[in-house]
Design a binder for this molecule. Sequence first.
Ligand code: NAP
Length: 247
Amino acid sequence: MANVVALITGASRGIGESIAMEFARAGVNVILNYNRHCLMAEKIADKIREKYDVDVLCIKADVSNEEEVEAMVNQAVDTFGKIDILVNNAGICNDSLLLDKSVPNFRRILDVNLIGTFLCSKYVAKVMLDRGGGKIINIASTNAIDTYYPESCDYDASKAGVISLTHNLAREFSPDISVNCVCPGWVKTDMNEELSIEQIREEENKILLHRFAEPEEIAKVVVFLASSKASYINDSIIRVDGGKFNG
Ligand code: NAP
Protein backbone atom coordinates (compact mmCIF):
# COMPACT_ATOMS: atom_id res chain seq x y z
CA MET A 1 0.00 0.00 0.00
CA ALA A 2 2.16 2.83 -1.31
CA ASN A 3 1.57 6.52 -0.54
CA VAL A 4 -1.08 5.64 2.03
CA VAL A 5 -1.40 7.31 5.46
CA ALA A 6 -2.94 5.64 8.51
CA LEU A 7 -3.78 7.25 11.85
CA ILE A 8 -3.93 4.74 14.68
CA THR A 9 -5.24 5.92 18.03
CA GLY A 10 -3.78 4.36 21.17
CA ALA A 11 -0.64 3.22 19.37
CA SER A 12 1.84 3.52 22.24
CA ARG A 13 1.48 -0.17 23.15
CA GLY A 14 -0.63 -3.30 22.85
CA ILE A 15 -2.88 -3.84 19.86
CA GLY A 16 -2.33 -0.28 18.57
CA GLU A 17 1.45 -0.82 18.49
CA SER A 18 0.98 -4.03 16.49
CA ILE A 19 -1.42 -2.33 14.09
CA ALA A 20 1.15 0.42 13.47
CA MET A 21 3.91 -2.18 12.89
CA GLU A 22 1.73 -4.21 10.49
CA PHE A 23 0.77 -1.10 8.50
CA ALA A 24 4.42 -0.08 8.28
CA ARG A 25 5.32 -3.59 7.14
CA ALA A 26 2.73 -3.11 4.35
CA GLY A 27 4.43 0.16 3.32
CA VAL A 28 1.88 2.49 4.91
CA ASN A 29 2.99 5.78 6.51
CA VAL A 30 1.77 5.78 10.09
CA ILE A 31 0.65 8.35 12.64
CA LEU A 32 0.91 7.00 16.17
CA ASN A 33 -1.51 8.66 18.57
CA TYR A 34 -0.91 8.24 22.29
CA ASN A 35 -2.16 9.89 25.47
CA ARG A 36 0.25 9.28 28.38
CA HIS A 37 3.16 7.19 27.06
CA CYS A 38 5.18 9.52 24.84
CA LEU A 39 8.47 7.62 25.20
CA MET A 40 6.86 4.31 24.37
CA ALA A 41 5.28 5.81 21.24
CA GLU A 42 8.62 7.35 20.19
CA LYS A 43 10.40 4.00 20.68
CA ILE A 44 7.86 2.29 18.43
CA ALA A 45 8.34 5.07 15.87
CA ASP A 46 12.13 4.51 15.97
CA LYS A 47 11.66 0.75 15.55
CA ILE A 48 9.43 1.34 12.52
CA ARG A 49 11.93 3.79 10.96
CA GLU A 50 14.75 1.25 11.44
CA LYS A 51 12.83 -1.61 9.85
CA TYR A 52 10.64 -0.04 7.19
CA ASP A 53 10.91 2.68 4.56
CA VAL A 54 7.87 4.68 5.69
CA ASP A 55 7.24 8.03 7.38
CA VAL A 56 6.18 8.02 11.02
CA LEU A 57 4.75 10.74 13.25
CA CYS A 58 3.76 10.53 16.93
CA ILE A 59 1.00 12.83 18.15
CA LYS A 60 -0.20 13.22 21.72
CA ALA A 61 -3.95 13.67 22.08
CA ASP A 62 -6.60 12.51 24.51
CA VAL A 63 -9.18 11.14 22.09
CA SER A 64 -11.99 12.17 24.43
CA ASN A 65 -10.96 15.85 24.17
CA GLU A 66 -12.40 17.56 21.09
CA GLU A 67 -9.78 20.34 20.90
CA GLU A 68 -6.94 17.83 21.13
CA VAL A 69 -8.50 15.59 18.47
CA GLU A 70 -8.99 18.54 16.11
CA ALA A 71 -5.38 19.65 16.69
CA MET A 72 -4.12 16.09 16.08
CA VAL A 73 -6.00 15.81 12.80
CA ASN A 74 -4.74 19.25 11.69
CA GLN A 75 -1.15 18.28 12.53
CA ALA A 76 -1.54 15.01 10.63
CA VAL A 77 -2.89 16.81 7.55
CA ASP A 78 -0.22 19.53 7.77
CA THR A 79 2.43 16.80 7.74
CA PHE A 80 1.03 14.25 5.28
CA GLY A 81 -1.62 16.21 3.36
CA LYS A 82 -4.23 13.50 3.96
CA ILE A 83 -5.41 10.58 6.08
CA ASP A 84 -6.50 7.46 4.18
CA ILE A 85 -7.09 5.11 7.09
CA LEU A 86 -8.31 5.73 10.63
CA VAL A 87 -8.15 3.01 13.26
CA ASN A 88 -10.11 3.90 16.39
CA ASN A 89 -8.18 1.66 18.74
CA ALA A 90 -7.62 3.75 21.91
CA GLY A 91 -9.52 2.23 24.79
CA ILE A 92 -9.60 1.79 28.54
CA CYS A 93 -11.38 -0.42 31.06
CA ASN A 94 -11.83 -0.20 34.81
CA ASP A 95 -13.43 -3.31 36.25
CA SER A 96 -15.39 -3.22 39.49
CA LEU A 97 -18.82 -4.31 40.64
CA LEU A 98 -21.63 -2.05 39.48
CA LEU A 99 -22.43 -0.99 43.06
CA ASP A 100 -18.85 0.26 43.41
CA LYS A 101 -18.82 2.24 40.18
CA SER A 102 -19.02 6.03 40.30
CA VAL A 103 -20.57 8.25 37.63
CA PRO A 104 -17.21 9.95 36.80
CA ASN A 105 -15.49 6.57 36.37
CA PHE A 106 -18.33 5.16 34.26
CA ARG A 107 -18.33 8.35 32.16
CA ARG A 108 -14.58 8.24 31.61
CA ILE A 109 -14.91 4.81 29.97
CA LEU A 110 -17.67 6.10 27.69
CA ASP A 111 -15.68 9.29 26.98
CA VAL A 112 -12.53 7.51 25.82
CA ASN A 113 -14.00 4.43 24.13
CA LEU A 114 -17.16 5.85 22.56
CA ILE A 115 -16.86 9.66 22.43
CA GLY A 116 -13.21 9.23 21.37
CA THR A 117 -14.30 7.04 18.45
CA PHE A 118 -16.98 9.58 17.52
CA LEU A 119 -14.60 12.57 17.69
CA CYS A 120 -11.77 10.99 15.72
CA SER A 121 -14.22 9.71 13.11
CA LYS A 122 -15.85 13.13 12.81
CA TYR A 123 -12.64 15.10 12.26
CA VAL A 124 -10.91 12.48 10.10
CA ALA A 125 -14.01 11.81 7.98
CA LYS A 126 -14.09 15.49 6.99
CA VAL A 127 -10.52 15.16 5.70
CA MET A 128 -11.28 11.86 3.94
CA LEU A 129 -14.39 13.24 2.23
CA ASP A 130 -12.43 16.28 1.01
CA ARG A 131 -9.79 14.01 -0.50
CA GLY A 132 -11.84 11.27 -2.13
CA GLY A 133 -12.58 8.81 0.66
CA GLY A 134 -10.95 6.36 3.00
CA LYS A 135 -11.42 3.54 5.47
CA ILE A 136 -12.37 3.64 9.14
CA ILE A 137 -11.82 0.59 11.33
CA ASN A 138 -13.18 0.65 14.86
CA ILE A 139 -11.94 -1.65 17.59
CA ALA A 140 -14.80 -2.79 19.81
CA SER A 141 -14.79 -6.10 21.72
CA THR A 142 -16.73 -9.34 21.96
CA ASN A 143 -17.88 -7.81 25.28
CA ALA A 144 -20.10 -5.59 23.12
CA ILE A 145 -21.99 -8.64 21.86
CA ASP A 146 -21.81 -11.19 24.70
CA THR A 147 -22.15 -10.50 28.40
CA TYR A 148 -19.39 -12.05 30.47
CA TYR A 149 -18.83 -10.20 33.75
CA PRO A 150 -20.93 -7.36 35.23
CA GLU A 151 -17.68 -5.78 36.47
CA SER A 152 -17.13 -4.47 32.93
CA CYS A 153 -20.67 -3.15 32.32
CA ASP A 154 -19.34 0.35 31.54
CA TYR A 155 -16.75 -1.03 29.11
CA ASP A 156 -19.33 -3.36 27.50
CA ALA A 157 -21.79 -0.46 27.03
CA SER A 158 -19.06 1.71 25.50
CA LYS A 159 -18.11 -1.04 23.03
CA ALA A 160 -21.75 -1.77 22.16
CA GLY A 161 -21.91 1.95 21.37
CA VAL A 162 -18.89 1.58 19.10
CA ILE A 163 -20.70 -1.16 17.13
CA SER A 164 -23.78 1.04 16.79
CA LEU A 165 -21.60 3.98 15.76
CA THR A 166 -19.94 1.77 13.13
CA HIS A 167 -23.30 1.08 11.47
CA ASN A 168 -24.29 4.75 11.54
CA LEU A 169 -20.92 5.99 10.24
CA ALA A 170 -21.20 3.48 7.38
CA ARG A 171 -24.67 4.80 6.52
CA GLU A 172 -23.52 8.41 6.56
CA PHE A 173 -20.21 8.03 4.74
CA SER A 174 -20.65 5.16 2.24
CA PRO A 175 -19.66 4.78 -0.51
CA ASP A 176 -16.80 7.28 0.04
CA ILE A 177 -15.65 5.82 3.32
CA SER A 178 -15.92 2.13 4.25
CA VAL A 179 -16.47 1.58 7.95
CA ASN A 180 -15.92 -1.73 9.72
CA CYS A 181 -15.47 -2.92 13.27
CA VAL A 182 -13.20 -5.58 14.73
CA CYS A 183 -14.24 -7.28 17.97
CA PRO A 184 -11.30 -9.00 19.62
CA GLY A 185 -11.72 -11.54 22.38
CA TRP A 186 -8.91 -11.90 24.92
CA VAL A 187 -5.59 -10.44 23.70
CA LYS A 188 -2.18 -10.56 25.43
CA THR A 189 -1.74 -6.87 26.35
CA ASP A 190 -1.35 -4.64 29.40
CA MET A 191 -5.15 -4.39 29.53
CA ASN A 192 -5.22 -7.91 30.98
CA GLU A 193 -2.10 -7.64 33.14
CA GLU A 194 -4.06 -7.98 36.40
CA LEU A 195 -5.41 -11.44 35.54
CA SER A 196 -3.94 -14.24 37.64
CA ILE A 197 -2.51 -17.38 35.99
CA GLU A 198 -5.58 -19.26 37.24
CA GLN A 199 -7.94 -16.72 35.66
CA ILE A 200 -6.03 -16.88 32.38
CA ARG A 201 -6.22 -20.70 32.34
CA GLU A 202 -9.95 -20.55 33.12
CA GLU A 203 -10.60 -18.11 30.27
CA GLU A 204 -8.36 -20.05 27.86
CA ASN A 205 -10.50 -23.13 28.51
CA LYS A 206 -13.53 -21.25 27.17
CA ILE A 207 -11.77 -20.49 23.87
CA LEU A 208 -11.88 -23.08 21.07
CA LEU A 209 -8.24 -22.30 20.22
CA HIS A 210 -7.33 -22.61 23.95
CA ARG A 211 -5.25 -19.43 24.06
CA PHE A 212 -5.39 -15.64 24.10
CA ALA A 213 -4.60 -13.81 20.84
CA GLU A 214 -1.25 -12.23 20.13
CA PRO A 215 -1.79 -8.51 19.32
CA GLU A 216 -0.44 -9.19 15.80
CA GLU A 217 -3.37 -11.54 15.15
CA ILE A 218 -5.75 -8.61 15.60
CA ALA A 219 -3.50 -6.21 13.69
CA LYS A 220 -3.36 -8.44 10.60
CA VAL A 221 -7.16 -8.39 10.35
CA VAL A 222 -7.19 -4.59 10.63
CA VAL A 223 -4.59 -4.21 7.88
CA PHE A 224 -6.56 -6.65 5.69
CA LEU A 225 -9.73 -4.58 6.19
CA ALA A 226 -7.84 -1.43 5.21
CA SER A 227 -6.47 -3.04 2.04
CA SER A 228 -7.96 -3.39 -1.44
CA LYS A 229 -8.41 -7.11 -0.68
CA ALA A 230 -11.34 -6.07 1.51
CA SER A 231 -12.87 -3.74 -1.10
CA TYR A 232 -16.39 -5.17 -0.69
CA ILE A 233 -16.37 -5.40 3.11
CA ASN A 234 -18.32 -2.54 4.64
CA ASP A 235 -20.50 -2.03 7.74
CA SER A 236 -19.26 -5.38 9.10
CA ILE A 237 -18.67 -6.45 12.67
CA ILE A 238 -15.91 -9.04 12.71
CA ARG A 239 -15.17 -11.24 15.73
CA VAL A 240 -11.54 -12.21 16.19
CA ASP A 241 -11.76 -14.29 19.34
CA GLY A 242 -10.50 -17.79 18.62
CA GLY A 243 -14.07 -19.14 18.88
CA LYS A 244 -15.94 -19.40 22.14
CA PHE A 245 -17.45 -22.46 23.86
CA ASN A 246 -19.94 -20.26 25.73
CA GLY A 247 -21.49 -17.51 23.71
P1 NAP B 1 -3.64 -1.29 26.19
O1 NAP B 1 -2.48 -2.19 26.02
O2 NAP B 1 -4.12 -0.95 27.56
O3 NAP B 1 -3.33 0.07 25.37
C1 NAP B 1 -4.30 1.07 25.33
C2 NAP B 1 -3.86 2.15 24.37
O4 NAP B 1 -4.89 3.16 24.34
C3 NAP B 1 -2.58 2.84 24.81
O5 NAP B 1 -1.80 3.12 23.67
C4 NAP B 1 -3.09 4.14 25.44
O6 NAP B 1 -2.19 5.23 25.29
C5 NAP B 1 -4.30 4.42 24.58
N1 NAP B 1 -5.23 5.33 25.26
C6 NAP B 1 -5.88 5.14 26.43
N2 NAP B 1 -6.62 6.22 26.72
C7 NAP B 1 -6.42 7.10 25.70
C8 NAP B 1 -6.92 8.40 25.42
N3 NAP B 1 -7.77 9.02 26.26
N4 NAP B 1 -6.51 9.01 24.30
C9 NAP B 1 -5.64 8.40 23.43
N5 NAP B 1 -5.14 7.19 23.65
C10 NAP B 1 -5.53 6.54 24.78
O7 NAP B 1 -4.93 -1.85 25.44
P2 NAP B 1 -5.08 -2.93 24.27
O8 NAP B 1 -5.34 -4.23 24.89
O9 NAP B 1 -4.00 -2.77 23.29
O10 NAP B 1 -6.47 -2.44 23.65
C11 NAP B 1 -6.56 -1.74 22.43
C12 NAP B 1 -8.03 -1.73 22.03
O11 NAP B 1 -8.50 -3.08 21.89
C13 NAP B 1 -8.94 -1.08 23.08
O12 NAP B 1 -9.96 -0.36 22.45
C14 NAP B 1 -9.53 -2.27 23.80
O13 NAP B 1 -10.77 -1.98 24.40
C15 NAP B 1 -9.65 -3.27 22.67
N6 NAP B 1 -9.72 -4.65 23.11
C16 NAP B 1 -8.72 -5.21 23.84
C17 NAP B 1 -8.83 -6.53 24.25
C18 NAP B 1 -7.78 -7.24 25.07
O14 NAP B 1 -8.01 -8.36 25.54
N7 NAP B 1 -6.61 -6.63 25.27
C19 NAP B 1 -9.98 -7.27 23.91
C20 NAP B 1 -10.98 -6.67 23.16
C21 NAP B 1 -10.84 -5.36 22.75
P3 NAP B 1 -1.25 5.73 26.51
O15 NAP B 1 -0.75 4.49 27.18
O16 NAP B 1 -0.20 6.52 25.83
O17 NAP B 1 -2.12 6.57 27.39
